[in-house]
Design a protein around this ligand. Structure first.
Ligand code: AHN
Ligand code: ZN
Length: 314
């Protein structure tokens, strides 16, 4: 993996004190970016954790599906459900549902934003082996990406970005086996190979994964750079312009098998915004410590503001 360079363009500043921040891009055109309300995002995150672990085939998982579809509808999206029965690596039949909320459904140029909403049934990375068979809260691994996307939906409902946007909550990402790459991202694999509605095809995609951790950092991800260097550059420029450049450094993190890879396999350029440190994934990853105590609202806010800047300055 080679190093890469990019230059953050311009000196865009951000006004405060109103609902919409006024920003000037490099061509000095006034572009209005709606506010990302981190308290609202946190309430979306907390609600998911309060439902209980969103493990496929449980009542908390079914409650999450109903709630996600209702929230997207409440924020004006046209909602499509994609139920699918998926066989996990251990033979378990997972009753999965992908949930998509579409904005400007008639436009052809479509940005797909996705995050998984299911949570891992086993804290198999916990330091205490006694916890390895217990389910995790998934405050970061699952709920954080969903929370940012729901708050993004709320912003889009207030201000139409005039491009096609699909917000996809994918199921059955986290029921995988450590030594089996094909056992992860089952919901997105199904989505990528079975059109959720006739003629549906996004132009590009951004995946959010573990976007609420304390001390998070989001270097570039290998398959993202291979597949979509221009999207990755543009996202990092947007983050810098929104004041969050230090969280999105222009250097390589790691190669991560994640939902975006299933989209890349079918030719959709996609990037993964994922917390990756020198020590690996966020230290709470697949442990019982992936709970509300280890969420930093400032991380959610940085990711949410960067994403909104990207959407409204494309
Ligand atoms: C693997 O562990 C193979 N991929 C990480 C994808 C993931 C799991 N993201 C969140 N949980
Ligand atoms: Zn996980």
């Amino acid at each position: 993996m080679g190093a890469f360079l990019l230059s953050a363009c311009g000196s865009a500043g951000k006004a405060s004190g109103s609902d919409s921040a006024s920003v000037a891009d490099s061509a000095s055109v006034e572009v209005s970016v709606p506010q990302f309300d981190v308290d609202s995002a946190m309430s979306y995150l907390r609600h998911q954790v309060e439902l209980g672990p969103r493990v496929p085939n449980t009542s908390a998982h079914r409650a999450a599906i109903d709630w996600l579809a209702a929230e997207l509808r409440r924020h004006g999206a046209e909602v499509t459900l994609q139920p699918c029965d998926l066989t996990a690596y251990d033979g378990t039949l997972l009753h999965a549902v992908n949930i998509m909320g579409s904005y400007n459904p008639d436009l052809d140029d479509r940005l797909l934003l996705l995050a998984h909403f299911d949570t891992r049934p086993w804290a198999d990375q916990d330091p205490d082996p006694a916890n390895h068979s217990k389910p995790i809260d998934g405050a970061n691994d699952g709920a954080s990406g969903v929370a940012v996307l729901l708050e993004t939906a709320r912003a889009i409902a207030r201000q139409n970005p005039e491009i096609g946007i699909d917000i996809l909550m994918v199921d059955a990402e986290d029921y995988g086996a450590e030594n089996d790459e094909e056992s992860w991202a089952l919901g997105t694999k199904y989505f990528a190979t079975h059109p959720i509605k006739p003629d549906y095809r996004p132009t590009r995609a951004i995946l959010l994964d573990m976007v609420g951790g304390k001390g998070a950092i989001f270097p570039a991800e290998y398959f993202s750079r291979e597949s979509a260097p221009l999207i990755d550059d543009a996202f990092r420029r947007a983050a810098a312009a929104a004041g969050h450049g230090s969280l999105f450094p222009a250097r390589m993190g790691s190669a991560v098998t994640d939902d975006h890879v299933e989209l890349i396999k079918v030719g959709i350029p996609a990037i993964d915004i994922i917390d990756y440190r020198d020590s690996g994934f966020c230290p709470t990853w697949h442990t019982l410590s992936d709970n509300l105590d280890n969420i930093d609202p400032a991380t959610l806010k940085a990711v949410g503001e960067s994403l909104l800047y990207y959407i409204y300055n494309r």
